[in-house]
Design a protein around this ligand. Structure first.
Ligand code: MN
Length: 226
């Protein structure tokens, strides 16, 4: 679970390529494309940058499909006004990346904006406050707090360890007492999933250091409307 300097460099590099993938896909998604086409386009771009494979099947959930935590891309076409949740990770030099971003096409509704801000706020609360010596459970709560305060919750862990495999043993969940140590690398990925409406997830890979976490994935988390 604890990474060497060399492993950290590889994880950083894998995440930096994923940042480029997100930028690329935001520029290239057009209404009328299907979720499957978007997933394929992103995968192909990442392979062209040097990824040797996907860390897991790329998730592209648009419209109501975004409300499923792990949706499988479908033939649904992107609308003029739409929401798209993407979760993607790639293997680069043997190490995995993992990122989720939720973007908007044409416009963002007031409710979507409210939920986006809530997910962002709780993710930042975890990023700013997770420290060495905390338990996984305590970390999980930091990345759930503001969502719970609104009477909402999400049905998955805040995050998981990541390395040569995308889901390592470390799990940041309300049930785990694992002590977080320096040089652990894990994801922070809170979400909100409103049944029959839409879902939002924001996920980054982070490195735990003496003075807190450093995010290894750095693609924008400002609201993106394409
Ligand atoms: Mn993940």
């Amino acid at each position: 679970m604890i990474k060497t300097k060399e492993e950290i460099e590889k994880l950083k590099y894998a995440s930096s390529l994923t940042d480029k993938g997100f930028e690329y896909i935001c520029k290239n998604i057009k209404p009328g494309m299907t979720e499957i086409q978007i997933a394929k386009m992103l995968d192909e771009y990442m392979f062209s940058l040097g990824a040797s494979g996907v860390a897991f099947d790329t998730i592209v959930g648009s419209g109501v499909n975004s409300s499923q935590i792990h949706s499988i891309p479908t033939e649904r076409k992107i609308q003029e006004e739409d929401i798209i949740l993407m979760d993607f990770g790639y293997i680069v030099n043997g190490y995995c990346s993992d990122m989720s971003r939720t973007i908007f096409v044409g416009k963002i509704t007031d409710k979507q904006k409210e939920m986006y801000d809530l997910v962002y706020k709780t993710q930042m609360n975890a990023i700013e406050n997770i420290k060495v010596g905390m338990t996984a459970k305590e970390a999980d709560l930091l990345g759930r707090k503001f969502i719970l305060d609104k009477g909402l919750d999400y049905n998955h862990a805040l995050g998981h360890g990541i390395g040569q495999v995308v889901h390592e043993e470390l799990v940041l969940s309300p049930k785990r007492d694992t002590i977080l140590e320096k040089n652990m690398v894990f994801t922070i990925e809170p979400g909100i999933y409103l049944e029959n409406e839409f879902g939002i997830r924001i996920e980054d890979v982070v490195l735990l250091k003496d003075d807190g976490v450093e995010t290894l994935s750095n693609a924008t988390k400002k609201v993106v409307v394409i």
